[in-house]
Design a protein around this ligand. Sequence first.
Ligand SMILES: [Zn+2]
Length: 398
Amino acid sequence: MPEGDTIFRLARKLRTALAGKTVREARTSVPGLDATTLEGRTVVDVESRGKSLLLRLDDGRAVHAHMRMTGSWRLFAVGTAETRALAPSAHPRGVKLLLVLDDVVAACVAAPVVELLTPWQQRHHRATVELGPDLLGATFDPDEARARLRARAELEIGEALAIQSVVAGIGNVYKSELLFIERVDPFARVGELDDATLAALLSRARTLLRRNVGRGPRRTRSGEGPLLWVYERSGAHCLVCGTPIRMRRQGAAARSTYFCPACQRVDRTPDRSGTLTRVFVYGTLLQGERNHRVLAGSPLLGHARTRPAYVLVDLGRYPAMAEGGTDTVVGEVYEVDAEVLGALDALEGHPGFYRRVPIALDEDRAGYGGVVGYVLPPDEAGRHPRIASGDWRAHRSA
Ligand SMILES: [Zn+2]
């Protein structure tokens, strides 16, 4: 999920490039959106509201794009090769809206929602009305934000802070970072926290977001070493106390939360129902490889081979396995708890990129019982070179 500062930066970039310019040509792939009514209109402003972007037009209407996880805007000079490649006929699904404005082309790509709002709709639209106080807004109201948090007393703070109708602008990165910096247990209920703690979290969120509105990579710490304290660092040592950082899924949306169990005193019983899962790994999670630390010390049950029912392909820095081939893939089997399984799902992008599915192992190894692993859809894998040996390490060192 993009953070508030990402959309804010994007809005600023688009404002600089588009404000005052007139739409000469408009094309869309969104059913029901009549893009031709944009032609002849001038962009007067571009504004971010939480995860939404609004292009305001001189007739009072606005183009609203909700960016969610995937959306982006791209800018090109008129007539460049990229512009021609972006012609909607070439990308009917990827390009949601293509605007030619005087000398510049703006393409809204892969945004899940693109719509045209009348002035009335802008005042009543869910995306622009139901947002909580905007942490990057000039008129941010901390008392209002705290009251909205208080109204969700039953939620865990790590879930509540990322709900945009409570307070707008915090995504997964800042959520984990600011809870760590303030040493707050992400799994504490809002109702258990005092006003001073909530105020400190909101103030920290605003500071972090504002600091990152400028250029350069997103960072929450200064000095040597990583740019972030805990985000995407599971298995690595806490930069304050040395305890391994952990990740756990949280809330209705099962978003990842990274934390230091010691610094943030996360000592309530984790929701690990005692369930252990056996996972077959075959690439960067193998012993000694770059992502092995995500397994966080989970026991290795042994080396294993799949039945000859798969294909292994080379994606460059890592391999991918897919169902439906005739090859045997070589790997290792680990026994992991729910928390590590969650970290693996996050790393592999399950279920959007790789999918976690049952894996059929060689007869000799059937003693492992139900084993899962991460695979790509066969047609996606089919576009990459096959590793006939089924052994990524051997292939790479060859
Ligand atoms: Zn720590």
